[in-house]
Ligand binder design. Structure first.
Ligand code: NAD
Ligand code: UDP
Ligand code: UDP
Length: 418
């Protein structure tokens, strides 16, 4: 069981100003796409707790049924395995649209499917999936909330980022095929000469990857090629998938605004900043999950670059509270939802050491060129219009995910040794 540190606001409390205080609104039918994922499953917990009927639509690309197991058998809960890229007919009052392949995980087990589908799916899910869910909202008159991302700001030239900032994104930038590989990636191909030579070719000439693909030597669907891209995306998650993810979310925001302005659909847009907590994917290469899993496994904490780049980390219960206030409120947004507490990666490593293992070592690794130097939300707008701000600091939140990680890290080890 997971520790919840929710600031529980009963749903009938007048958050957005529409429902008179004390008047009980009838329980709602709510669709959560991507509800089997990290954020989605915590949101589902809150909605179920509030007494709503919840339908989760998820294709389990990066989510897990386990995250929702405790609701199975509840008549108010329904889980549908479905890809939002395909149309679907449902009757609901609200749609929280979270479905998005957030990171290319599990490539170790099925590199071909995961990596190839990841590259195409990330963009396709954000564009076609969002269009379908907006179409659904239009047909049934539901309110629609999009979980966008701070990555729409790209490598920001303004700090901290205000919602009115348009961002600094290269639409054709840093694609997997045009990436300069850090040496550590090549070293991780050791023992596999084909992979290693492919990696060296990539370093010498980034476009050679396409040549390799075209020459029949390594076809795009070959396991070696995919494993290489897998290593690459895994080692440099930032660079590898940057433009398909950023641009997909930017398009999704545009689509939501089109449906709102053109067709009068009630939409809400959240721009989520780095979030952590229990049920977070263990091996998707994000810094918090990496450090926590590394400390538990007694491995060195891998700091990329000099570790002076900053991020702001939000605990998941704060985010869920913000999403629900946004949905129930009267403002379209976009709203930044994040914790303004800013930390360097070295400071984060220190908090992980203090929390898990004071003897954990730090190991520096080369960083990718386009890794944003700083990221920190300006949440003035959410504070003013939603009455929301985070309440869980990094030092309070980090310990809350350790038990969940410990269980999963060690059950994974049992799985792989057996
Ligand atoms: P997650 O990967 O844990 O959850 C995403 C869920 O969507 C998974 O359960 C996955 O299986 C599902 N999914 C993916 N493609 C799908 C498809 N085509 N059809 C149906 N389901 C599909 O990621 P998360 O961290 O919980 O993120 C949730 C949302 O919040 C995403 O939209 C993400 O872009 C956004 N976000 C998260 C963060 C963060 O720090 N966690 C930051 C910015 C934005
Ligand atoms: N859609 C859906 N479920 C619905 C209604 C629509 O999946 O209940 C999909 C539909 O298949 C279409 C998309 O949403 O691909 C956009 O629908 P909309 O009606 O806005 O556009 P249109 O179909 O007129 O192009
Ligand atoms: N990072 C790191 N070690 C890791 C993973 C990531 O130092 O093991 C750094 C990464 O270079 C980036 C920061 O941590 O500067 C945050 O990375 P993450 O992928 O978690 O989030 P994002 O960059 O998308 O904000």
């Amino acid at each position: 069981t997971t520790t919840h540190h929710y600031q529980y606001t009963p749903w009938h409390v007048n958050v957005g100003g529409k429902v008179p205080l004390g008047l009980k609104k009838k329980s709602q039918r709510i669709l959560v796409t991507g509800g089997a994922g990290f954020v989605g499953s915590h949101l589902v917990d809150r909605l179920m707790e509030r007494g709503d009927s919840v339908i989760v639509v998820d294709n389990f690309f990066t989510g897990r049924k386990d995250n929702l197991g405790h609701h199975f058998g509840n008549p108010r809960f329904e889980l549908i395995r479905h890809d939002v890229v395909e149309p679907i007919l449902l009757e609901v009052d609200q749609i929280y649209h979270l479905a998005c392949p957030a990171s290319p995980v599990h490539y170790k087990y099925n590199p071909v499917k995961t990596i190839i589908s990841f590259l195409f799916m990330a963009h396709k899910t954000n564009v076609v999936g969002t269009l379908n869910m907006l179409g659904l909202a239009k047909r049934v008159g539901a309110r629609f909330l999009l979980t966008s991302t701070s990555e729409v700001y790209g490598d920001p030239l303004q700090h901290p980022q205000v919602e009115t900032y348009w961002g600094n994104v290269n639409p054709i930038g840093a694609d997997v095929l045009g990436l300069t590989l850090p040496l550590s990636v090549i070293e991780s191909c050791q023992g596999d000469s084909l992979l290693k030579s492919t990696a060296y070719m990539l370093v010498d000439n980034p476009t050679s990857c396409m040549c390799i693909t075209a020459s029949k030597k390594v076809k795009k669907n070959d396991i070696e090629y995919c494993a290489l891209i897998g290593v690459l995306v895994h080692m440099c998650p930032m660079a590898g998938v940057r433009s398909c993810y950023d641009e997909g979310k930017r398009t999704a925001e545009t689509l939501a605004m089109d449906y709102h302005r053109g067709l009068g659909i009630e939409v809400r847009i959240a721009r989520i900043f780095n979030t952590y907590g229990p049920r977070m994917c263990i091996d998707d290469g994000r810094v918090v999950s990496n450090f926590v899993a590394q400390a538990l496994r007694k491995e060195p904490l891998t700091v990329y670059g000099d570790g002076k780049q900053t991020r702001s980390f939000q605990y998941v219960s704060d985010l869920v509270e913000g999403l629900m206030r946004l949905m129930e409120g009267d403002h379209v947004g976009p709203f930044n939802l994040g914790n303004p507490g800013e930390f360097t990666m070295l400071e984060l490593a220190q908090v992980v050491q203090e929390t898990i293992d004071p003897n954990a070592k730090i190991e520096f690794r080369p960083n990718t060129e386009d890794d944003p130097h700083k990221r920190k939300p300006d949440i003035t707008k959410a504070k003013e219009l939603l009455g929301w701000e985070p309440t869980v600091s990094l030092r309070k939140g980090l310990p809350l995910m350790v038990e969940d990680f410990r269980q999963r890290v060690f059950s994974d080890q049992k799985d792989s040794s057996g």
